[in-house]
Design a protein around this ligand. Structure first.
Ligand SMILES: [Zn+2]
Length: 292
């Protein structure tokens, strides 16, 4: 059975960009009679805005989403992340890194997603105090077929380098937590924004070294305004809860769907029933960003 999810970070009110991802992941799951779960990704406590988890869940509820199972919070799962991290420590494929941002910037070249860590601390013996923990990656290609964007092939070592699993401030890295949660929640299909497409190969790599099941990925275009991603941080377009139907129609339009038929529905229940029936992932534009 299809098990999908939506995993917002509670860093502010729901905005148009995250509503698009919620709609796409929900429709893709429900079109295939699947399950759809919600997970709050609140590991980065300094960025978390108190109460915005509730605001986001309320917004989902008012837009007529129904999620399966209880909502889980990453901040309640630190012991779980540590137990998986310990498995990698035992395999001796992790190491502490004492490099400052500046030191890395001075010696590294820029890759697809920030600096490529040159492996400076690979052979140092450091204790854990206040150091970031990295995983020693192999020189290999990760290949996958994205349900929307097509074939992706990346060399983990050459394009990202040894990446961080736990930050120097003690916060578990997004890549690690996501992979563990998706596996433990039995998620098998992930539909999310294309700003995360370059995280996928690192996540597939972690699945491999942690012996966790593979997942299918589909990355929808990200909405941009003046070439910048809409985000809670830049206060872009928080959604207006009084225009639920207009918000959803705008999402369907953005996702290349046939929204004219759906628009005629009078109730939210009928709206969703029709949208679920008509959902066609092959109509989603195969591009990474769309300027709105
Ligand atoms: Zn280092």
């Amino acid at each position: 059975m299809y098990i999908g999810r939506f995993a917002p970070s509670p860093t502010g009110p729901m905005h148009f960009g995250s509503l698009i991802t919620a709609v796409a992941s929900y429709l893709d799951a429900k079109h295939q009679h699947g399950i759809w779960k919600v997970r709050i990704e609140d590991l980065d406590q300094p960025r978390t805005v108190k109460g915005s988890d509730k605001t986001i869940l309320d917004a989902l509820h008012q837009h007529g989403f129904h999620w399966d199972d209880e909502v889980i919070y990453q901040s309640h799962r630190l012991d779980i992340y540590q137990s998986f991290l310990s498995k990698l420590n035992e395999k001796k494929i992790t190491y502490y890194c004492e490099c400052s941002r500046k030191e890395i910037a001075d010696s590294a070249i820029t890759g697809i997603d920030g600096m490529i860590y040159p492996g400076t601390c690979r052979n140092k013996i450091l204790d854990s105090n206040h150091h970031a923990l990295r995983v020693k990656v192999e020189d290999l290609f990760i290949e996958f077929e994205d349900k929307i964007q097509g074939g992706i092939k990346q060399n983990i070592l050459k394009e990202f380098g040894d990446f961080i699993l736990k930050r120097s401030d003690g916060i578990y890295a997004y890549q690690l937590a996501v992979v563990i949660d998706d596996a433990l929640q039995n998620i098998n299909t992930i539909i999310r924004g294309s700003d995360l497409i370059d995280s996928s190969s690192r996540q597939i790599y972690l699945q491999k070294i942690l012996s966790l099941p593979k997942v299918a990925y589909g990355h929808v275009p990200v909405a941009t305004l003046n070439q910048k991603k809409l985000s809670k941080e830049n206060q872009s377009m928080p959604i207006n809860i009084s225009n639920v139907k207009d918000n959803l129609i705008a999402c369907l339009k953005f996702l290349g769907q046939d929204y004219e038929v759906v628009r005629k529905e009078n109730t939210l229940t009928n709206f969703w029933a029709t949208a679920i029936q008509l959902w066609d992932i092959s109509l989603v534009p195969k591009i990474k960003t769309i300027e709105i």
